[in-house]
Design a protein around this ligand. Structure first.
Ligand code: C2E
Ligand code: SIN
Ligand code: SIN
Ligand code: SIN
Ligand code: FE
Ligand code: FE
Length: 362
């Protein structure tokens, strides 16, 4: 009964998670409880690097071992469960992890799991049946095999989900780059704007889900520039009034591109494209919105976009120095930009500069 309760509790936790990491951590906990083990790790096979890897804890770099090494390697390659009473008496055991951690492994139970195509791509590994010195039973093995059937499906679903998210993110960045620099070699501008926006949103206390949405949508803020004639977009000098009027249409055009979509992400992109040139004092474009009439995402992206534009070379300008940029934001707080957001931005200027350095254009 106790074990059934644990299974149901775990399933409830896992079904509420879309990310891979917490699912791996929860499955490891489940494996440990079901087998009565001192520890349990969930290993995944990485085809690209020919390694197996496991997450010891969330947010920590995974441990990696060669794909053919240890019981884990044998188990995933052969698709076989292994139940070993004393690991040190078996030369398939990979002692390197024990040697690094100072932990002493005695009994081991390794159970592989497969994807929908029947390919083994990971394994549960329960270590040291409690109390230490005892061995895993046939029944322990059956319970872990049960969990493995479920784990294979749960993990595969998250891997596919991650793959879709990564594809979506890349498509967004590519679209953003088309808008931003039809002109030149690809730049990291849209990626940086996404990361500054995310960081500023975090400082402003915006919840993770919305921050993620902002990060994904903000690279598309200038998509409307696809409609700007080259003669204007690529003009090596200052624009005259007439040209600037045409240029400014990119905000409304970007809005038109996305506004009919029912997807949250594209609705967010519509708002950002529309409002990223509005000004806190109401003198921006296209709608002269003022203060909090401007969506918080518009106010955030405005700061991110201008920070990046000022620090970068453009066909029409040289990059500004940090001092000039800082001075500009100090002066424009409450005029061009939301004063509270500007204050957060200036107080954490180093973080934004770090992102700029890490993603500089080469
Ligand atoms: P962008 O180059 O990505 O610049 C985005 C925003 O950063 C600008 O929005 C402006 O708020 C700020 N910014 C960039 N450079 C400067 C600068 O030297 N001084 C100041 N004070 N702010 C700057 P804005 O002005 O609405 O311009 C929108 C877009 O229009 C720009 O995107 C750029 O593609 C184009 N653009 C603006 N002015 C010129 C120009 O004189 N020549 C050319 N060729 N394009 C221009
Ligand atoms: C990793 O190999 O560390 C992560 C791979 C993945 O998330 O698929
Ligand atoms: C092995 O699979 O041989 C060792 C892995 C471990 O100790 O965690
Ligand atoms: C604007 O976004 O309204 C123009 C900003 C500027 O060039 O000072
Ligand atoms: Fe713009
Ligand atoms: Fe931009």
């Amino acid at each position: 009964m106790d074990k059934l309760t644990k299974i149901f509790e775990s399933i409830a936790v896992i079904s509420g998670e879309t990310e891979l990491e917490p699912v791996l951590v929860e499955l490891a906990q489940l494996g440990k409880d079901l087998a009565g083990a001192d520890r349990c790790t969930v290993w995944l096979h990485d085809e690209v690097s020919h390694e197996n890897w496991t997450l010891v804890a969330q947010g920590i770099e995974p441990i990696r071992i060669p794909a053919d090494s240890g019981f884990v390697g044998v188990s995933i390659q052969q698709g076989e469960s292994l139940r070993i009473d004393d690991a040190y008496k078996d030369d398939r055991f990979n002692r390197s992890i024990d040697e690094k951690t100072g932990y002493r492994t005695y009994s081991i139970l390794t159970v592989p799991f497969q994807n929908a195509q029947g390919i083994y791509f990971g394994a549960f590994q329960a270590i040291n049946k409690l109390p230490v010195g005892t061995a895993f039973s046939k029944e322990d093995q059956q319970l872990i095999q049960l969990a493995a059937t479920y784990a294979g499906k749960a993990i595969e679903a998250r891997l596919l989900h991650n793959e879709l998210l990564k594809t979506q993110q890349e498509m967004i960045e590519i679209m953003g780059q088309i808008g931003e620099s039809r002109s030149k070699e690809t730049s990291n501008h849209v990626r940086r704007v996404a990361l500054y926006s995310y960081e500023l949103a975090k400082l402003a206390g915006i919840p993770k889900k919305q921050r993620d949405m902002l990060r994904m949508a903000s690279p598309m803020h200038d998509i409307g520039k696809v409609a700007t004639p080259d003669a204007i977009l690529l003009k090596p000098g200052r624009l005259n009034d007439e040209e600037y009027q045409v240029m400014k249409e990119h905000a409304a055009i970007g809005y038109e591109v996305f506004r009919h979509s029912k997807r949250d992400l594209l609705q967010t992109a519509a708002i950002i494209a529309h409002q990223h040139h509005e000004r806190w004092d109401g003198k921006g474009y296209p709608n002269q919105l003022k203060g909090e009439q401007i969506h918080i995402f518009g106010r955030i992206t405005a700061i991110a976009d201008v920070f990046d534009a000022l620090g970068s070379a453009r066909v029409y300008k040289k990059p500004w120095s940090d001092e000039e940029i800082l001075l500009y934001f100090q002066q424009q707080a409450g005029f061009q930009f939301d004063p509270q957001l500007t204050d957060l931005f200036l107080r954490h200027f180093d973080r934004f500069n770090e992102i700029r350095t890490s993603y500089s254009d080469v």
